[in-house]
Design a protein around this ligand. Structure first.
Ligand code: HEM
Length: 167
């Protein structure tokens, strides 16, 4: 067999390595379980949503907000959005976050209270720290669509010299 020049061997070897590592990387990406799977799929996600609802009903900061709600409907919508946002094979059929919460004048404190209820529900279902952090990041990403920024705690910031009435 004819001996190949060194530079040709290098190119063939490089293409081969690229093909192998490329396939391995894409397989790894498609094989890696979603956050939804790592949490435990539908049974655990439904249990978490049940606990989120219970936590809301006993949380004095937000329970009034849900006093006229249909628990079956809200739990189903929260399950769907939770599943869809964590990579589950579920379609969210509810209203978008801005439309849903616009006009409710939701404050920073209420948003934090709801996040606390979700984190407590994750703890109640023994969800690990990594998954907990990923869910928190998802919740944080929709904050701007939910909170009325005119009601933030910025209103509680110390007065600036401009605001201080001089004697
Ligand atoms: C933290 C992120 C939040 C998410 C992902 C979320 C998600 C949802 C979803 C999926 C629905 C159902 C939408 C539909 O009717 O189609 C909903 C409804 C609602 N949310 Fe939120 N929400 C969040 C924060 C909050 C906060 C901070 C409050 C106020 C305390 C709040 C109060 C409500 C109320 C009162 C409803 C209407 C329930 C009903 O239909 O009776 N939400 N939310």
């Amino acid at each position: 067999m004819k001996k190949q020049p060194g530079w040709l061997k290098f190119i063939i070897l490089s293409i081969g390595l690229f093909a192998i590592t490329g396939i391995t990387a894409s397989q790894a990406a498609s094989d890696s379980p979603t956050l939804y799977d790592r949490i435990g799929g539908e049974p655990v996600a439904r249990a978490i949503c049940e606990d989120i609802w219970t936590n809301h009903t006993i949380n004095p900061i937000v329970n009034n907000r849900f006093s006229n709600s249909d628990p079956v409907y809200v739990k189903q919508m929260v399950f769907e959005i939770f599943a869809a946002a964590t990579g589950g094979p579920v379609e969210y059929t509810g209203k978008d976050m801005l439309t849903t919460h616009a006009g409710m004048n939701i404050s920073d404190m209420e948003f934090n209270a709801v996040v606390d209820d979700v984190l407590k529900a994750l703890d109640m279902n023994n969800i690990g720290a990594a998954e907990r952090g990923e869910v928190l990041a998802i919740l944080w990403s929709v904050k701007d669509q939910i909170v009325n920024t005119k009601l933030t705690t910025k209103a509680l910031a110390p007065a600036t010299s401009r605001d201080v009435v001089q004697p």
